[in-house]
Ligand binder design. Sequence first.
Ligand code: NAD
Length: 497
Amino acid sequence: MSTIPHWIDGARTTGVSSRTSDVFNPATGSVAAQVVLAEQADVDLAVSSSLKAAQSWSESSLSTRSRILFAYRHLLHTHRDELAAIITSEHGKVLSDAAGEVQRGLEVVEFACGIPQLLKGEHSEQVSRGVDAYSFRQPLGVVAGITPFNFPVMVPMWMFPIAIACGNTFVLKPSERDPSASLRLAELFQEAGLPDGVLNVLQGDAFAVNALLDHADVAAASFVGSTPIARHVYSRGTAAGKRVQALGGAKNHMVVLPDADLDVAADAAVSAGYGSAGERCMAISVVVAVGETGDELVSKIASRTRELHPSVLPGTDPAAQMGPLVTGVHRDRVRSYVDAGEAAGASLVVDGRDYAPEGHPDGFWLAPTLFDHVTRDMSIYTDEIFGPVLAVVRAETFEDALELVNANQYGNGTAIYTGDGLAAREYQRRVHVGMVGINVPIPVPMAYYSFGGWKDSLFGDTHVHGAEGVKFYTRAKAVTSRWPQQHGVNLGFPTHG
Ligand code: NAD
């Protein structure tokens, strides 16, 4: 049985801890490896390595940083398929989806390559006679990143390329469920020329997270994961005086108005609901059928959902459209929501329980599942299920649909399907959600825009990546400068004459 180690100071190390956690192959259900789980001494080692590296890295020139990022971008591109295979082996998602995830991460590196432009400051000449004022942004020091299982490459890369480009050093604590990809990301960055200690990978669980949040030498933390943990990370990190951004869970609604093309809407609902087995923070989990659309829309979604079942296969199978769920524990949790929805009286239109592709009886399977006539009091509506379960809620009017979305605790993403530009504009303006798609089911912003939700989907002020990322990983300094030509004491407050 192989052991998945940390990456500290430019080398793999198993550290001092004897605690480990199982990492599965989700398609077979077997344990593929053990990942080490950090103890305090491992956390201290990673943070002290990053603190030491920060002294010289923060002094590195912008062109050096940019050059290393360009080289990293090239290596990521060259190793895209290898990284995708690592993701699929531990996460379960299909290979093409995993390659898409690498691509989205790579785009953040491309954005970070422009760091000399992104870090330009402001300068005002002659704010007073002989006086200039200017401002610029400087790195924070050691930044921690804590990431979820569902995007083991993309989500860490929302964070560390920008943090490092800004002159910080970074300790990444990836999900213990699919930890291998992070090691490869770190190795490739070293190959691109990144000095040792600038990016460390600390494997671990809640203990490592809390130790990083409490650590006096960690200046800031970026977190992405579920809402209860995001809330915890935000309050514990800020209580320790750190800058924290914590992105949480989601319940993304897709509103379908009566004038929408229902075939287009059904395609979108199925793609966004079941892609990556629903284990995406931008997955559509609720379809709001407005007015008369309900019966026809549900019938179109149902036929597409049933057609998908035979292509629920191991992610490495070229015919696979959807893979298994990440672990047996998670699959059982999702399954318990399907049981609860049925017991609560929702109509179970397509049942994905008790499915397993031929030859893989022990994988963590649950095929696409569709509920209709879901009401807002049912747990399949209120809770984030994070699996291939789509719930259709009926709404009489546009206003009813909008009120439903705005009353929900989450505000990560939403979509509206309509042929009416005015209705779309009204929705975009009035909806209390951070990312909106108009006839786009997964409105994921590009690397040069920022990504983040509202309400219980985000704790903190800044979204990740884009200009907001640069802002989060730096702090401003304003300088007032004069080169005096005359002497003389003046006790007055300057009047900028
Ligand atoms: P999770 O909250 O269980 O874990 C996230 C991270 O927190 C992991 O690194 C984990 O080790 C750590 N952690 C877990 N329990 C902890 C505890 N008690 N104390 C401290 N740290 C702890 O999330 P997950 O199951 O890995 O990922 C799925 C969740 O992430 C979903 O809720 C999904 O919506 C969310 N997500 C959100 C976004 C977004 O952009 N808002 C993006 C991706 C995923």
